[in-house]
Design a protein around this ligand. Structure first.
Ligand SMILES: Nc1ncnc2c1ncn2[C@@H]1O[C@H](COP(=O)(O)OP(=O)(O)OP(=O)(O)O)[C@@H](O)[C@H]1O
Ligand SMILES: [Mg+2]
Length: 220
């Protein structure tokens, strides 16, 4: 049995127009794999990541993560799943601008109700390992995009989730920052044996992952 098993997954957005974003999608992911989801704009990459991350509810189908069908979780169980199992990284960093770098990285640990001494130690360790310790008292808008993305990676790793989902993580970065961020993301994922799934068009990423899944109109 694989770490993640997806069977007959559909995501259909309803509204003025009905959009079938994922149509009978089937795939499995092994523990520790680094996989890219590629495909043109609108092919369903973000929808797939959101369904796996418990951010979006699928219309139908099965998503087994560690043998639990997350498509069937109630709201509270889904919150716990997202908090404990998943780290999310987005293109636009998604940091909270009113909070310092230290506070941003603390947030997932506060939500998980970790003791403050543990939080301090864990956040310091992450900031050092991602080479952003000098910014701990700084606010996100005062540091570069590449640095903000490093903070976002620290946030995603904070609770030590087994699964990291990254949606176009290098989309807003220049070439130099892009290489640095990818090195960090890949090294950390390998070092801590995370399963990393990245939605991307970036050829630089596609060359470096273990496997590429090509999506086309919501199908493989
Ligand atoms: N919240 C939404 N409501 C309605 N339709 C949506 C919504 N989100 C996405 N869609 C539609 O679902 C389809 C898949 O979108 P999705 O964002 O998953 O694609 P994507 O592969 O991530 O694209 P991109 O590369 O542009 O990020 C598209 O046709 C999109 O318009
Ligand atoms: Mg997308």
């Amino acid at each position: 049995m694989s770490y993640i098993e997806i069977e007959r997954l559909y995501k259909i957005y309803t509204g003025l127009v009905e959009t079938v974003a994922l149509e009978d999608f089937n795939e499995s992911f092994e523990k520790g794999e680094i996989v890219a989801i590629a495909g043109p704009s609108g092919s369903g990459k973000s929808s797939l990541l959101s369904c796996i991350g418990g951010v979006l509810r699928p219309t139908s189908g099965i998503i087994l993560v560690d043998s639990n069908n997350i498509a069937k979780l109630n709201d509270e169980e889904l919150v716990n799943y997202r908090r404990d199992q998943v780290g999310l990284i987005y293109q636009d960093f998604n940091l909270i601008n009113q909070f310092t770098i230290f506070e941003n990285v603390s947030l997932p640990l506060l939500i998980a109700e970790k003791p403050s001494s543990f939080i301090k130690e864990r956040v310091n360790e992450l900031l050092i390992s991602l080479e952003i310790a000098r910014y701990e008292k700084t606010f996100p808008s005062y540091i570069s995009g590449g640095e903000q993305q490093r903070v976002a990676i620290a946030v995603a790793l904070a609770n030590d989730p087994p699964l990291i989902l990254a949606d176009e993580p290098t989309g807003n970065l220049d070439l130099v920052s892009r290489e640095k961020i990818l090195d960090l993301l890949f090294n950390k994922s390998r070092e801590y044996k995370k399963t990393l799934i990245i939605a991307t068009h970036d050829p630089f990423i596609l060359e470096r992952v273990d496997r590429v899944i090509q999506l086309s109109k919501g199908k493989r």
